[in-house]
Write a new protein. Sequence first.
Length: 468
Amino acid sequence: MKELFTLLRTGNWRALVASFLYFDTGFTVWLLYGPLAPYMIKTLGLSPAEQGFLVAVPVLGAAILRICMGNLYQTMDGRWLALGGIALSAIPPVFLLFYPAVPSFSLLIVLGLFLGVGGASFAVALPMAGSNYPARVQGTVLGIAAAGNIGAVLDGFLFPPLAARFGWAHATTAALPLLALAGVTMFFWGKDSAPKNGSAGQALVGFAVTLAGLIFLAVAAPLGWLGLQGKTALLTLPVFGVLLVGAVLPQRYRLALKERDTWIIILIYGITFGGFVGMSAYVTLLLVSLYHLPKIDAGIGMALFAFTGAMLRPLGGIIADRISGVIALRWFLGGIALTDAAFALWTPPLAIAVALLFFLYACFGLGNGATFQLVPLRWPLKTGIMTGIIGAAGGIGGFYLPVILGIAKEETGTYHLGFAGFAFLTTMALGLVLAMRRHWLPWSRHHAVAAAEASGNSPLQRVSAMSE
C-alpha cells in the first residue's frame, strides 16, 4: 500500500480522482438499464431478442461515441469535454422523471443512446488520467482510473430496490446526484496535460452527426427500415454504426486501422471489456430467466460480479507492469475461454454458476487492465485516438453479447450456443497473443523501453515511427 501511495505522488492524484469519478458515474448511468430490465420488460412485454437489444443499445452507443470522444479529446481540453459528457448523460434520468406516460420501446432506445455517452467517458477519462503520470506507471494509473467500472456495482445495489418502491422510470433519478458529484470534482480537480492538435469545431460536428445518425439507425433497425428484418437487422446495426462514424472521422483514424496490432488488440478488448460490460448488462436477466432469482437478488448478484471485475482491473495493470500485458493476457484469456466453454456445454446448478461467474468477471477485470497497459506503450503519440478505437471495440463486443444470448435463448431455449461462440472467439484471441509474443515483448515492458531510450535505441520509438 505504501508503494501505491508513493506511485500516486509521482503525478497529479487529484486529476486521477476526478477521472475516476467521471468514469465511475458515467459507467453507472451507462448500465442502469441492466438491473432495471426485469422491471422494464414486465411493463413492455418484450421478446428475449428485444430484451437483449434494449440492454445492448447503450453499450453500442458508447462503443461508437467513444471514437468521436477520442477524436474530440485530441483537439480540446479533456476537462471541458468531460463536463459536456456528464451533462448529456443526465438527459435520460431527467426526462424519465417528468415524462407522464409509460415510455415506448423506441423512446427507450433513444434514451439508451444518451446513456451511452456515459460509457463513452472511457475515451476521455483514461488518457486524461495517464497524461498526468510518467510512462513507467501507466498500467497502474490507467487501471485505477478504469476501475470506474465499479459504477456497475452501484447499478445492482441502487436501482432494483428503488424500482420496486417507486417504479423503474423514477428510480433512474438516483443517478443525478452521482453525476453532480462527478461534475463538481471534474470542474475543480480535473486536469488534462496531453498535447492537442486538429480542429475542435470539426470534431464537435462529427460527434453531433454521429449521435443523430445512431438515434435514427437504432430506432430504424427493429422496424425494418434499413432493408433488413428481425434478428438480422439487430446483428448488423453495429456495422452501420461503424460506417457512420468512419464517414465523419479524420484520416488518421482510418490509417490506424491499417495496422495489424490494432486489430489484434481490438479483438482482445472486445472480449475482456466487451465481456465485462455485456455480461453486466445481461446477467440480471440471465439470473432471473435461468435460475428464477427474485429481481432484487439478481441485481445484487450483478453488483457483486461487477465489483469483482472492477476491483481487479487495477491489479491486471499492476501485473502487466511487472511481467508485460502480453504474458499476463495468456492466463486471463485462457480463463475466459474455459468459463465460456463450461456454460456452453451445460447449465450448472446455481451455486456452481455463481462461482463460475465470479471467476469469469475476475478474468474480465484482470484482462482489461493488462490490455490497456499495452496501448500507451505501443502508441505513445496517439494514445487518445487508439483509446477511442479500442474502447469502441470493447463496446461493440459488449453489444453483441446480450443480443446473441437473447437470440440463442429465443431460438433454442438455452444459452449454450451463445456461450459457445464467445468461447471460440476467446480461444482465437489467445492463439493470436501466443503467436505475437516474440514481436510484442520488446515494446510491452516499460523498464526495457526506458533502458533503450536512455541508450537512444528505443523499440517503442521504432514501432511508433512505423505506425505513423
